[in-house]
Design a protein around this ligand. Sequence first.
Ligand code: GDP
Ligand code: IMO
Ligand code: MG
Length: 428
Amino acid sequence: MSATVILGLAWGDEGKGRVCDALAADARYVARYSGGNNAGHTIRVGKEEFVVHLIPSGIVRAGVLCTIGNGVVVNPEVLAEEVEELESRGIEVRGRLKVDGRAHLILPYHTQLDGYREKALGKAKIGTTNRGIGPTYEDKIARVGIRVQDVFDEGILRQKLEAALREKNSAIVNVYGEEPYTADELVSYLLSFRELLEPMVADTGGLLRDALGREEPVLLEGAQATLLDNDFGTYPFVTSSNPSAGGACVGAGIPPTLLDEVIGVTKAYTTRVGDGPFPTELFDETGEILRRVGNEYGATTGRPRRCGWLDLVAVKFSASVNGINGLALTMLDVLSAVEEIKVCVGYEIDGKRVDGFPMHQTDLHHACPVHETFPGWGVDVTGCRRREELPEEARDFVGFVEAELGAPLRMISVGPERDQAIVERVKA
Ligand code: GDP
Ligand code: IMO
Ligand code: MG
């Protein structure tokens, strides 16, 4: 048995949560492998809406076991709140959730430094979610991070915090003029999460590898997306992890030989929240319509999402980086609200036509989209459950996207509800 990865092909919020929820119906495990509570994944079940930031979307499906992998950064306060909230809504969490002992912890100074740094960047800010993600990954790479397992060895925890604070406090006090942290306060802060964490801590990669060995299906749930990937995204306007398929192996502890299906998720248009280049962004009434009809407001920060036409140049690049062999197209219903639909099939950069996604940041900033136009369908498609039931114009649009991305559609979603989807084919 091999694992399936579900990941975003654009700048996040493609609907990964709902796609994961649909495929989790047949899964035993759902694992997060990157990012932290910068994610906001929405699952709608009837009148109930769940938004998870750190815990995998699979938690909403009874009987599914969930893991937070070594590649994720964990804010223990958010973990505690999310467990509480889900359990108060009748979802059993504690018995079904494991957190990797190698995962790094987001500490209060990480969140503080995230905010300071953004302020210092001024107009060049990244537009982060201000959740301390970047500073936590920096510490991981710099080998001064605090890991989940450290909470269980007070002596080591104190030593590591003292070492980390020498540098952190110097920045906090001398650069930002704020009060320093003491190792004592952070030790007691972290020890207060021991009880919550103790039954959850596990070698989650080992659990997943064993499960695959027993032929149990495993889903790896991407957070953020390929164009926010620290290596392949629109750097520096990216996140600090690798949400792409390669990151799934490292962040979940699964070898590449145990990965056989990569499902790329894209909206039928494109959105971005935060700063950075976005060649197909619309500043007109159509952009407003997409935002209003698609309810395009960040699930984590509530910020209005920037909206634009589907950027096939960018999404094709993502499809290639991830080697997708399955596709999920979401928000098709939102396009019912526009008369005519455009898809970006190339860029014009400084007067030259370019078909591929540029590697150079300057080129991307200069890129103007070259569009292909499709007639709209103008009717409600939320009731369609088979591809044949879609209006001809919608079928043509969907077929075009599928052919361009070169991967078969596993799912087309036509509304936010769990059942508002066309599920195309089961795993080969
Ligand atoms: P994620 O971060 O990729 O999981 O996506 P988000 O949850 O941040 O954003 C997706 C939003 O679109 C959520 O509010 C979903 O409820 C909603 N959504 C998902 N699929 C569809 C769809 O097919 N149609 C509509 N109208 N909304 C959808
Ligand atoms: P999901 O999983 C959309 C964006 C931020 C910012 C950049 C860096 O819900 O798709 P960070 O806080 O990670 O340092 O911010 O990345 N960003 C997201 N945008 N969806 C997300 O997650 C995002 N996670 C981070 O807005 O531009
Ligand atoms: Mg989201």
